[in-house]
Design a protein around this ligand. Structure first.
Ligand code: TAP
Length: 490
């Protein structure tokens, strides 16, 4: 039977007063797996008010770091006990493969553990600022955190926000993407079974233009942490001006992966495949532009295309599938449109380019791993984020040209360099204007490292200590060591 989801607010699962519901689909076969409510503006405002009241009551915001850490560890335990359910829901709702969902679910539980660990080690600073003055630097929660999440990593992106926001002592309102609420509903069910005070965390399904906009414009929300497209990021920035709330934006990318003549070719081909086709290319940090030095250009393309054609595309719940479905029909159409644009722009289609409607994929949204070569920087498929299994390959002569092409983009999220010459690799990676970079590998990172972009790829950083800082205010407390009149006047 189709599950009917509810909003979670003040510790209760409630229906929306809005009779309209969102069908939640499995993108591998278009089956309706659930119906989700669409919260109204009024319901969003009520949840924000409840979150604010919870914050002001101190029920969570004034708990000690150790007490908050204990609750985060309870959430991590619950997630680990329910890992299989989380994996299954993520596969079913997002279309990704089991292997990908397993990695996301494990990372999500570890994110709660990591922030619990940071709390267990939390400390402030004392500065000797003046002869008779000591200055303490303390961190405090901000208030109500609005967390707006995209559909490509529904579980992991939610947890990247929930864990540090709660660790810092904030109340939270989370809005998932309308089409992918399943795993975050499960996370809230699990949080409900812990000692987290009931009115601290609220989950509102609904559209970006109603729920998202209301959160962003609210004067009672103190920080909006948004992950999504650069286009919506711009809207968020404008809407946040009412109370000058802090914004943290994790946005799109068009990341370069630079392969030099002296790279280990098999390693470079393998990582450059993983770099774009993991998550069916629906990954913000995807290496969607491969820059290859002229000496190995043709050989690289031949090997790369052979490997891309061998990728087994299929439903995520089939253990044999290496690349899953595209999240929705609308997004699939947008990717296919970009493939058409690439052909019209004169790029050479090396392989792929089509929707797959065979071998049990007839009703799903599947696209072949697609490789374009001989592209130039003025093409739209080189400049715009396609966010699908489509990669463009461009030729360069030397180090200088590689850096120039790599940085010829409005984005600055990620980038990679492949070379056996470590000094050259370091020289080049330091010049790539991006926040997340790799040398002789791609995509691998840890919860300890700051995640975020330069230029139009965002503002601020998730994860690591930087991720906790995003949700904290910093206060100086100046204490006189010898209280007496200052005698500035008279
Ligand atoms: P968006 O269309 O930007 O949507 C992201 C979220 O914002 C959704 O929950 C959406 O709600 C909501 N939203 C839409 N309009 C809004 C508004 N006016 N005010 C407030 N919220 C609004 O992105 P997407 O298509 O879900 O995700 C793909 C994009 O995310 C790509 O560009 C990708 O690069 C980026 N991304 C970046 C990162 C990092 S870490 N940099 C990670 C993952 C994804 P509804 O869709 O429900 O209406």
């Amino acid at each position: 039977m189709t599950k009917t989801l509810k909003l979670y607010t003040n510790g209760e699962w409630v229906d929306s007063s809005n009779p309209s519901m969102q069908n939640i689909l499995n993108p591998a076969n278009q089956e309706v797996i659930a119906k989700a409510p669409k919260a109204t503006k009024e319901e969003t405002e009520e949840a924000i008010k409840a979150a604010k009241d919870a914050f002001e009551s101190g029920v969570w915001s004034e708990r000690t770091p150790l007490e908050r850490a204990e609750v985060l560890l309870q959430i991590a335990d619950k997630m680990e006990e329910n890992l299989d359910a989380l994996i299954e829901l993520e596969v079913e709702n997002n279309g990704k493969t089991k292997r990908e969902a397993e990695s996301d679910a494990t990372d999500a539980a570890n994110t709660f553990r990591y922030y619990a660990g940071l709390l267990n080690n939390s400390s402030g600073e004392i500065l000797e600022t003046d002869e008779e003055l000591q200055t303490m630097i303390v961190k405090e929660p901000m208030g109500v955190a609005g967390l707006i999440v995209p559909w490509n990593f529904p579980l992991l992106m939610s947890v990247w926000k929930i864990a540090p926001a709660l660790a810092a002592g904030n109340s939270i309102i989370l809005k998932p993407a309308e089409i992918t609420p399943m795993t975050v509903v499960k996370v809230f069910e699990l949080m409900d079974q812990t000692d987290l005070p009931k009115d601290v965390a609220h989950l509102l399904m609904g559209s970006g233009s109603i729920v998202g906009q209301t959160i962003t414009e609210s004067k009672d929300v103190d920080i909006v942490s948004f992950t999504g497209s650069t286009e919506v990021g711009r809207t968020i920035m404008q809407a946040a001006t009412g109370n000058l709330k802090k914004i943290s934006l994790e946005l799109g990318g068009k990341s370069p992966n630079i392969i030099f003549d002296d790279a280990d070719l098999d390693t470079a081909v393998d990582h450059a495949l993983f770099g774009i086709f993991m998550g069916s290319g629906q990954v913000c940090s995807s290496g969607s532009r491969i820059l290859v030095q002229e000496g190995i250009y043709d050989e690289f393309i031949t090997k790369y295309a052979e490997s891309a054609k061998r990728i087994k595309v299929g439903p995520g719940n089939d253990e044999a599938s290496e690349m899953g479905a595209i999240v929705s029909e609308k997004h699939m159409e947008s990717i296919l449109n970009y493939i058409q644009i690439g052909k019209e722009e004169g790029a050479r289609l090396v392989c792929g380019g089509n929707r797959i409607e065979r071998d049990g994929m007839d009703n799903g949204f599947f696209i072949e791993p697609t490789v374009f070569a001989d592209v130039t920087s003025d093409m739209r498929i080189v400049q715009e984020e396609i966010f699908g299994p489509v990669v463009v390959i461009q030729k360069f002569k030397d180090e200088e040209e590689a850096i120039k092409l790599a940085n010829d983009t409005d984005f600055g999220l990620a980038g990679g360099v492949f070379s056996r010459d470590q000094q050259k690799a370091m020289r080049v990676i330091k010049k790539v204007r991006a926040g997340i970079t790799w040398v002789n590998t791609y995509h691998l990172t840890g919860v300890q490292a700051p995640w975020g972009g330069y230029k139009q790829s965002g503002i601020g950083r998730s994860l690591g200590t930087y991720g906790l800082d995003e949700y904290q205010e910093t206060k100086q407390i100046n204490i006189s060591t010898d209280p007496k009149p200052i005698q500035w006047f008279n």
